[in-house]
Design a protein around this ligand. Structure first.
Ligand code: NAD
Length: 249
């Protein structure tokens, strides 16, 4: 049990990578709190995994975040997973699009960290370590992709936020890393594929940029999530870790 005795909060845990991560952490012995804005997917998670606690949480709502932080015991692990993919060039981005993506993809992580870090620092004083994991992407400061200007800008900001938090608290045993996946087969990817004029071609195009010849599954990501939230990664902080099937070789 690699996460035995650890309390871990995962945001955006209703579906996709967040849900798979919540389940993987629970299977490794963690007490998991799975948070999402979607009551329906949370209910199905709670039904499938009664050992996982679920909480309705909008990561853009500071009052709700602060209330949850006051309610929960100190965390050993916080996985900020929520994010949205804007599709378009710089010429397509409205002021509202820009503000929405930065709020959900970046500002939410600042809010969550401000709310949960004080108790995590206390926890690290006795346990020696606590870990924050922020969801970034290979589409960020690492590499640019067509029609991902806004998304890449937000995910690059996540890497900067991660390094700043890591630098400020490294001496206290707080670690902070960013996860940078390749293209992962999740409901949010299936939506744009289904909406494309030729869905089969859209899927082939996503696969074509993966040198391993396939999309990632959520289970390709969860081993890295568990590692970064566990003490096995105790000497790793401030890093942007790629799990991209070789796209950035
Ligand atoms: P998804 O888009 O399928 O699901 C996102 C989840 O976030 C949903 O359950 C949704 O209800 C929840 N959510 C949306 N707004 C929220 C809010 N305000 N508060 C709380 N929860 C909210 O998930 P995914 O594709 O697994 O992506 C998860 C993360 O991984 C995102 O940050 C995404 O940018 C990142 N990512 C995904 C891929 C990919 O190819 N799927 C690649 C790299 C990075």
């Amino acid at each position: 049990m690699r996460l035995k005795d650890k309390t871990i909060l995962v945001s955006a845990a209703g579906q996709g990578i967040g849900r798979a991560s919540a389940i993987a952490c629970a299977l490794e012995g963690a007490k998991v709190i799975a948070a999402d804005i979607n009551e329906t997917t949370l209910a199905s998670l709670a039904e499938e995994h009664p050992d996982i606690q679920t909480r309705n949480l909008d990561v853009c709502d500071r009052t709700a975040i602060d209330a949850l932080a006051a309610e929960l015991p100190p965390l050993d692990g916080l996985f900020n997973c929520a994010g949205f993919v804007h599709h378009g060039t710089v010429l397509d981005i409205s002021e509202e699009d820009w503000a929405f993506s930065f709020d959900l993809n970046v500002t939410s992580m600042y809010r969550m960290t401000q709310a949960f870090l004080p108790a995590m620092r206390e926890r690290a004083r006795t346990s020696g370590t606590a870990s924050i994991l922020n969801m970034s992407s290979m589409a960020s400061s690492i590499k640019g992709f067509p029609l991902r200007t806004l998304y890449g800008a937000t995910k690059a900001a996540v890497i900067g936020l991660t390094k700043g938090i890591a630098a400020d608290f490294v001496a206290e045993g707080i670690r902070c890393n960013a996860l940078c996946p390749g293209t992962v087969d999740t409901p949010s990817l299936r939506g744009p594929i289904a909406a494309a004029p030729d869905p089969a071609e859209a899927e082939r195009n996503f696969i074509a940029r993966q040198p391993m010849g396939r999309l990632a599954t959520v289970d390709d990501l969860t081993p890295m999530v568990v590692y970064l939230l566990s003490d096995e990664s105790r000497f790793v902080s401030g890093q942007a870790l790629l799990v991209d099937g070789g796209v950035t070789i």
